[in-house]
Design a protein around this ligand. Structure first.
Ligand code: KIV
Length: 265
């Protein structure tokens, strides 16, 4: 029987220097292929608001949306760890967060939930992890707050912002977070974060130094309406979809993705 990837597996992978591969999925058909190609983490991301629902941000996604898609993906995760997002405004205090995380795990069958933010989320992360909810934190560009950030752009500049991100990351780890997604973070800062943290960092636009990589499925097969700088189309050179996903897995594992042109410095 295939062994399931767990939070312990990804922590051990960091220690052993083995790259972690993550990819989003929102339906059973893609989830099955992604799991079969050896992706370690399948993320039911709130990016579904953009790539499945056609909105220009993730803000309108609800807990029910996440549960609907997670339920479709879960039975296909024979090996992969199933991570699902807590959407915008579903974790404004620890009690609300744990109630929604419980639904996402019990109804959506996710193994770990992801939430965005640093200092403001410490009590919430502590509350959830103490009650047995695995948590992945998410720093850098946090798409749920795009309207507050004033757009989708690189975070962690200038130096004071980098220091704040480092402090947030260490505090999230102390609060019990099991992993950390870093989105659109300059490579030197991602290096520092990855070296200083014991928990794995999973980058998207944060350089190859991170312990793992995550992409939005539609970006890596070239069917998104907009291709961010940090992605590349793996569905090229006559490949079919399983081959494209295998190529992504291999590229992350051998360190050829991301290349410099997909990074911020
Ligand atoms: O929602 C999502 O797909 C994400 C990834 C971009 C990390 O959070």
């Amino acid at each position: 029987m295939t062994q399931h990837v767990t939070v312990n597996t990804i922590r051990n992978m960091k220690q052993e220097g083995k790259k972690i591969v993550a990819l989003t999925a929102y339906d059973a058909s893609f989830a099955r292929i992604i799991d079969e190609q050896g992706v370690d983490i399948i993320l039911v991301g709130d990016s579904l608001g953009m790539v499945m629902q056609g909105h220009d941000s993730t803000v309108s996604v609800t807990v029910d949306d996440i549960i609907y898609h997670s339920k479709a993906v879960a039975p296909q995760c024979k090996r992969a760890l199933l991570m699902a997002d807590l959407p915008f405004m579903s974790y404004t205090n620890p009690d609300q967060a744990i109630a929604n995380a419980a639904r996402i795990m019990q109804e959506g069958l996710a193994h770990i939930v992801k939430l965005e933010g640093g200092e403001a989320q410490l009590d919430t992360v502590r509350h959830m992890t103490r009650h047995g909810v695995p948590v992945c934190a998410h720093l850098g560009l946090t798409p749920q707050t795009v309207h507050k950030l004033g757009g989708y752009r690189v975070q962690g500049r200038p130096a004071a912002d980098a220091q704040q991100m480092l402090a947030d990351a260490l505090a999230l780890q102390d609060a019990g977070a099991d992993a950390l997604v870093l989105e659109c973070v300059p490579v030197p800062l991602a290096i520092q974060l990855t070296q200083e943290l014991e928990i794995p960092t999973i980058g998207i636009g944060a350089g190859g130094v991170c312990d793992g990589q995550v992409l939005v499925l539609q970006d890596m097969i070239g069917i998104s309406s907009f291709a961010p700088k940090f992605t590349t189309n793996f569905l090229v050179e006559g490949r079919n979809i399983p081959e494209a996903i295998t190529a992504y897995v291999q590229a992350v594992k051998e360190g050829s993705f991301p290349a410099d042109e997909q990074c911020f410095f």
